[in-house]
Design a protein around this ligand. Structure first.
Ligand code: NAD
Ligand code: MG
Length: 380
C-alpha cells in the first residue's frame, strides 16, 4: 500500500489522481487531501477515501468544512500554512496538483519531510527550480514529473547512459489558436480560448496553452528537471498530441513516448515509478493515421520566446513572467483585458524585474508580487 497526499485534489489533475486510487483500492491509501476553496467536493472526497486530514487554503471555507466534518475524526488544516502542514504528514508520495506559485511552499515542505514528490505544479520549478533542486539533493528526495511532456522525456531517458542526452524535443499541441494571425487574435473570446482541441484541463493552464505561455513554462520546467540549457530544447507543434515528447541521444537515436491525450498515464507513472500498472486507454495508431510536426509561430505567440529569454537571464526573471501571467490570465478570464494583452503585460512586468542571482524563497515571493502589481496598475 502506498500512502498518498494529494494537493489540489478538487482540480483536473487531482480528481484524475483520485480516479486512479479508486480503480486500485488495494494499492493506494489516501492520507490527506488539500484544495483552495471547494469545501463541498473536498468533504465528499475525504469521506469516500477515509483520509486522516484535509486542508483548505481559504480560511472561511475551512471553517465551513470543520463543521461539515464534525462527526468524523478527520483533522482540518486551514490557510497556506495549513496546506504546508498537511504536506508534511507521514506518507510515501505527495502529488502536488495545486495551480500557480501557491504550490511552491508545499513542495518545499514535503521535501523537508522527506517525501517523494509527484509534481504536476510546474510553477514550483519555474519560480523555485534552483532552490528545489538544492533541497532535493540535500534531503536525498526524488521528484517525479507529472506534466505529460516531462513524463514522456523522463520515460524516454530510462536506460539512457548519463551524459548521452543531446537534445529535448518538447511537443506542443498548438492550442485552439494554431495558425491564427495577430490580427485574428485581436478579439478572441474567453470561451474560444478555453476550447482546447485535445486536452481537458483547469482554466489557467488552458489559457496558457492558447497563448503558448504553457510551452514557455514547460521549457523552464525542463531546464530544471533535466539539467540542460534552453538552447538544447526544441519546441515542435504536433497537432495530434499523441507523441508526448522525445529525446535525441548522442548517437542520433530519437526516443519518444506516445499515448492518448489522457493525463492518467503520466500521473500513474509518477505514482508507480519505476514500475508500471494498469492501462486506462489504449492507443490505436491506425486510428491516429499520421503524426505531423511544425515549427511554432514565435512572432504571433510571443510568450514562448519571452519565457526562453527569462530562463536565459535566469534569477528572478522566470518568477516575474510567471507572476505577471497568473495575474493577467485572471484578468482575461474576468473579461477585463483582451487576449493579446496577456503577452504585452507579461513582457512589461518581465522587463521591469529587479533581478538577483542568489535569491531566497522570500525574494521569489517579492518578485512575484512586484510583477503582479505592475500588471494590476497597468490595467486598473
Ligand atoms: P485546476 O484549476 O483544475 O485545479 C487546481 C487545484 O489547486 C484545485 O484543487 C484548487 O482548489 C487547488 N488550489 C488552488 N489554489 C490553491 C491554494 N492556494 N492552496 C491549495 N490548493 C489550491 O488545475 P489543473 O489543471 O489540475 O492544474 C494543476 C497543476 O497541474 C497546474 O500547475 C498545471 O499547470 C499542472 N498541469 C495540469 C495538467 C492538466 O491536464 N490539467 C497537465 C499538466 C500540468
Ligand atoms: Mg504539459
Amino acid at each position: 500500500m502506498k500512502k498518498l497526499i494529494i494537493l489540489g485534489s478538487t482540480g483536473s489533475i487531482g480528481t484524475q489522481a483520485l480516479d486512479i486510487a479508486r480503480a486500485n483500492p488495494d494499492k493506494y491509501t489516501i492520507v490527506g487531501l488539500a484544495a483552495g476553496s471547494n469545501a463541498e467536493l473536498l468533504e465528499k472526497q475525504a469521506r469516500e477515501f477515509g483520509v486522516k486530514a484535509v486542508a483548505l487554503f481559504d480560511t472561511k471555507a475551512a471553517d465551513e468544512l470543520k463543521i461539515k466534518l464534525a462527526d468524523t475524526n478527520i483533522k482540518v488544516f486551514c490557510g497556506a500554512d495549513g496546506v504546508c502542514e498537511l504536506a508534511m504528514l507521514d506518507c510515501d508520495v505527495v502529488l502536488n496538483a495545486i495551480v500557480g506559485i501557491a504550490g511552491l511552499r508545499p513542495t518545499l515542505c514535503a521535501i523537508d519531510a522527506g517525501h517523494t514528490i509527484a509534481l504536476a505544479n510546474k510553477e514550483t520549478l519555474v519560480t523555485g527550480g534552483e532552490i528545489v533542486n538544492r533541497k532535493l539533493k540535500e534531503k536525498g528526495v526524488e521528484l517525479l514529473p507529472v506534466d505529460s511532456e516531462h513524463s514522456a522525456i523522463f520515460q524516454s531517458l530510462q536506460g539512457a547512459p548519463k551524459g548521452s542526452l543531446k537534445k529535448i524535443l518538447l511537443t506542443a499541441s498548438g492550442g485552439p489558436f494554431f495558425g491564427k494571425t495577430r490580427e485574428e487574435l485581436q478579439n478572441v473570446t474567453v470561451k474560444e480560448a478555453l476550447a482546447h482541441p485535445n486536452w481537458s484541463m483547469g482554466a489557467k493552464i488552458t489559457i496558457d496553452s492558447a497563448s503558448l505561455m504553457n510551452k514557455g513554462l514547460e521549457v523552464i520546467e525542463a531546464v530544471h528537471l533535466f539539467g540542460v540549457p534552453a538552447s538544447q530544447i526544441e519546441v515542435l507543434v504536433h497537432r495530434q498530441s499523441i507523441l508526448h515528447s522525445a529525446v535525441e541521444l548522442s548517437d542520433g537515436a530519437v526516443i519518444a513516448q506516445l499515448g492518448t491525450p489522457d493525463m492518467k498515464l503520466p500521473i500513474q507513472y509518477a505514482l508507480t515509478y519505476p514500475g508500471r500498472d494498469m492501462c486506462f486507454e489504449q492507443l490505436d495508431l491506425f486510428k491516429v493515421g499520421s503524426l505531423t510536426f511544425e515549427r511554432p509561430d514565435c512572432g504571433t505567440f510571443k510568450l514562448l520566446p519571452l519565457c526562453i529569454e527569462a530562463i536565459n537571464h535566469g534569477g528572478l526573471y522566470p518568477t516575474a513572467i510567471n507572476g505577471a501571467n497568473e495575474e493577467s490570465v485572471k484578468l482575461f478570464l474576468e473579461g477585463k483585458i483582451k487576449f493579446l494583452q496577456i503577452a504585452e503585460l507579461n513582457e512589461k512586468a518581465m522587463n521591469l524585474c529587479e533581478n538577483k542571482k542568489d535569491f531566497t524563497v522570500e525574494d521569489i515571493f517579492a518578485a512575484d508580487e512586484a510583477a503582479r502589481q505592475i500588471v494590476r496598475k497597468a490595467v486598473l
